[in-house]
Design a protein around this ligand. Structure first.
Ligand code: SF4
Length: 488
């Protein structure tokens, strides 16, 4: 479905991208079924845990430097403030910035507000955010409660924008609208591109928009080598950076799940080309990504030279890592496209990917470019994955899978998942900084971290001996896909 910024809300991924939350088979089977239109969107009959779009939206807009966020919700929906505050402090430290807190307020919708309306509370919260933080823009993130009672956020935003003279950006991210929490990333992108981005008055022919979370600045080195500069977005960017995204020479990202909606929107509305290549994880994907950037920015000759130099430069370390990691059996568990990126990196390191779990699967993309289909790229560049599942972090499911497959290493994106690996005696590495594996140096950095993790085997086995999984005998005897198949 094409991006439509005229809509106040971005349609949820289930509708836009035919996203699904369950599948088991091989990666090529999933690709084939997605292309044929024969993949059924089955719901589990039991769900152990989940997340919500509101949290994902907040992940992207809570750390925009000179803005504030009003979460129009009951206080419980703001339980993630502390987590994001920690992220901000950590990010400030890495960037040498003074320590400060996130600038967020919850409007605290209560029971009687759901009967009489909560618009006045929203106005008060926006005034309070303006007075406390003096932001250049205020995001209003919605919630299940504000959505269910039909709060007219657009009209309050217009009214308050006039009163305060500050941009107010509604972000429609009610948790109940989508079971795919990545819809929240799209919601923040939709609000920013439709309300903040200005048409370009000049072109910055060295600037590349890099959509990421809040990781290290690992795009800088490789982009500088071809005469380009990254502008890291959205976390830790300024409102001014957001307003001028349209001036960039291209847009790229760390992960299709995070970055393709905003990239497609910028290309469609402002003519900023999206880099139509796999993301730079793994050697062959980095080559392709650089070549596409070279084509867009008219630097193809320089790019070929840089690729040759970089290959030669990292070869000794790559040989060393392939010798250390070659044939190690790895299982990978992460968000949809990020799984494919880690598979690409691990295969560049000579590891055997024995299985992977993606938290959801988008059957189509917001643009028609085949080059950004990360599942197809993973298969065509690096090969199939036989044990491939789609599962929105249901620990019982991947616990059974891991017990069965017994990998040498588990690579995950989120900390609470890594502990399951440790309890099973499997050395587990959490890619907490999603920018870690970027480009050629990223493959090497990731490789040495994975090697160090594998070397913890004896310690992890000791931990496992003293750990207990919470499942009874009954759970252990079930097929991992029992609830996917409708089990009671
Ligand atoms: S699912 Fe709804 S109620 Fe729960 S945290 Fe998200 S917005 Fe709040």
């Amino acid at each position: 479905m094409a991006v439509n910024l005229k809509l106040a809300e971005v349609p949820p991924r289930e509708k836009r991208l035919k996203s699904v939350l369950s599948f088991h088979g091989s990666a090529s089977e999933l690709k084939q079924k997605s292309e044929d239109g024969t993949l059924s969107a089955k719901d589990r009959s039991f769900s152990q845990c989940g997340s919500c779009s509101s949290c994902s939206a907040f992940t992207l807009n809570a750390i925009i430097m000179d803005s504030a966020v009003v979460v129009h919700a009951p206080i419980g929906c703001s339980g993630d403030f502390a987590n994001h505050n920690h992220g901000r402090h950590q990010g400030n430290r890495h960037r040498g910035l003074p320590s400060d807190n996130i600038k967020a307020i919850c409007s605290n919708i209560q029971e009687k507000d759901t009967i009489y309306g909560a618009s006045e509370k929203l106005r008060q919260a926006i005034r309070e955010a303006n007075e406390r933080f003096h932001p250049k823009a205020i995001f209003v993130n919605t919630s299940c409660a504000s959505g269910i009672i039909g709060e007219n956020i657009d009209s309050v935003a217009e009214e308050m924008e006039e009163e305060l003279g500050v941009k107010i950006v509604p972000i429609y991210c009610e948790g109940f609208r989508s079971k795919i929490w990545s819809t929240g990333f799209d919601a923040t992108a939709h609000g920013i591109v439709s309300k903040l981005v200005k048409p370009a008055t000049k072109k910055e022919d060295r600037i590349v928009n890099v959509f990421n979370f809040q990781g290290t600045h690992s795009f800088t080195g490789i982009l500088n080598k071809i005469g380009l500069e990254p502008r890291y977005l959205f976390p830790f960017a300024s409102v001014d950076d957001l307003e001028h995204m349209s001036e960039a020479v291209a847009s790229t990202h760390i992960c299709e799940t995070l970055g393709t909606y905003v990239s497609a929107a910028l290309e469609k509305e402002f003519g900023v080309p999206e880099v139509k290549a796999p993301v730079p994880y793994g050697i062959s994907w980095t080559d392709e990504w650089l070549r596409e950037l070279g084509r867009i920015t008219d630097r193809s000759e320089l790019v070929e030279q840089v690729i040759a130099e970089e290959h030669a430069r990292i070869q000794p370390k790559l040989d060393d890592l392939r010798q250390k990691l070659g044939g190690k059996r790895v299982y990978i568990l992460a968000g949809d496209s990020f799984v494919h990126s880690i598979v690409s990196s691990c295969r560049s390191l000579g590891m055997e990917v024995i299985g992977a779990t993606a938290y959801h699967h988008d059957q189509v993309y917001d643009s028609d470019y085949g080059q950004i289909n990360s599942l197809a790229n993973m298969i065509s560049f690096t090969g199939d994955v036989d044990n491939y599942t789609v599962c929105n972090i249901q620990p019982y499911e991947f616990t059974s899978i891991l017990k069965d497959l017994k990998p040498d290493l588990l690579v995950v994106r989120h900390n609470h998942v890594a502990t399951v690996g440790s309890k099973l005696g499997i050395p587990s590495f959490m890619v907490s900084d999603a920018n870690l594996g970027i480009a050629y140096d990223g493959v090497i950095d990731l490789g040495y971290k994975l090697y160090e993790t594998i070397r913890t085997k004896r310690m992890i086995e000791t931990i496992a001996k003293h750990s207990k999984l919470p499942y009874t005998q009954w759970w252990s005897e079930q097929d991992p896909f029992y609830f996917e198949q409708g089990g009671k």
